[in-house]
Design a protein. Structure first.
Length: 346
């Protein structure tokens, strides 16, 4: 396994042999489109670019935002443009990864039953693969990152929400219809807070970024801690506290932030115990915007698994931080295309 993340955003010229291995990786969100050239062999990213996404316009405007990012990227390297082998797209779901059709994502109202893969393939004359962010990031970590060498990989990204991806023997597990691995919407408390998915008590409502901020605000109210560094980072406004402020306060040794993250560790330990009892993966990888503040707590999560798993060997499963950070979507998109271009095993 690699000890360091693949090099990213390298704006150096590629040799001919390297240029022959470039894949265009694209990460589409509700507000931005990021694209980068990803080395097929190493997973290194170069010439990354970022543009606004026209999520609220019509389908054509949304497509134009994506092609604008791809065109800007390819224009920076004529060698890569002529040698690009495919385009991989990381997009919000729900979508159909088999057909490349984006169905009805809440964050991209411009697209309803939109054949994104087909349209981009027609424009660029290249194979195009589309999948959601967690699935794609899981595959990137398996091909090039900390999941390399493991047979069964469980990946979780924790940010505004919680997404998960499962990779078996180098292949994303999609389930019967492509809707599998929605681990962020596993209920851990039937009487818990309502989730945006329509259920109650999903792990997302307890451990995602907005939930961490909510727990912090509640703790400040309970503890009456006017001198908390957490409150200072939020400009003295308790209602303005975000998960980023919790992370800053944690780094400064704030006891309120420490208490909140201990709560989150408890929730994640229960949830991961269930995941391990169901899947028994070879490795658990955590990425996303919240991962950095959770990293110091990984040993404690592992320790708590002893009381949250039927599997008595659950603590043997490595819990690792993802090596791709903000570029996980670009790398993930490219990983989809790399996997599709590989010859099928007989």
């Amino acid at each position: 396994m690699p000890s360091n993340a693949p090099a990213t955003n390298q704006r150096t010229s590629a040799s001919t042999s390297e240029a022959e291995q470039w894949i265009v990786g694209v990460d589409i969100g509700g507000t931005k489109v990021a694209a980068g050239l990803v080395n097929r062999s190493t997973g290194a990213i170069r010439n990354a670019t970022r543009m606004p996404m026209a999520a609220r316009g019509d389908a054509a405007a949304g497509l134009a935002a994506v092609t604008g990012a791809i065109d800007a990227l390819l224009s920076e390297s004529q060698a890569a443009q002529s040698a690009a082998q495919g385009i991989g797209i990381c997009a919000p779901g729900p979508l159909d990864p088999k057909t490349g059709v984006v169905l009805n994502p809440p964050n991209l109202p411009c697209w309803r039953n939109f054949p994104l893969a087909g349209e981009l393939s027609r424009i660029y004359g290249l194979p195009v693969q589309v999948d959601n962010d967690a699935n794609a990031a899981a595959l990137a970590e398996t091909l090039w990152g900390v999941g390399r060498g493991y047979r069964t990989v469980f990946y979780v990204t924790i940010g505004t929400g919680i997404g998960t991806g499962i990779v078996f023997d180098g292949q994303i597990y999609h389930g019967r219809t492509g809707s599998a691995a929605e681990g962020g919407h596993m209920t851990i408390d039937f009487d818990g807070p309502p989730c945006g998915c329509g259920k109650r008590g999903c792990i997302e409502t307890f451990a995602a970024g907005p939930a961490i901020a909510r727990l912090a605000r509640a703790r400040l109210l309970e503890a009456g801690s006017p001198n908390s560094r957490l409150l200072a980072f939020a400009g003295g406004n308790r209602d303005a506290i975000t998960s980023q402020h919790v992370g800053q306060a944690l780094a400064a040794g704030d006891p309120v932030a420490q208490h909140v993250l201990q709560q989150v560790v408890g929730y994640l330990s229960v949830w991961l115990g269930n995941i391990i009892d169901l899947l028994e993966p070879d490795v658990v990888i955590i990425g996303g915007g919240v991962a950095d503040m959770l990293k110091p707590f990984f040993p404690e999560i592992t320790r708590r698994l002893a009381g949250n798993c039927v599997n008595q060997r659950g603590q043997e499963i490595p819990l690792l931080a993802a090596c791709y950070g903000a570029d996980a979507g670009i790398a993930g998109g490219a990983a989809l295309c790399v996997r599709a271009l590989q010859p099928e095993r007989g």
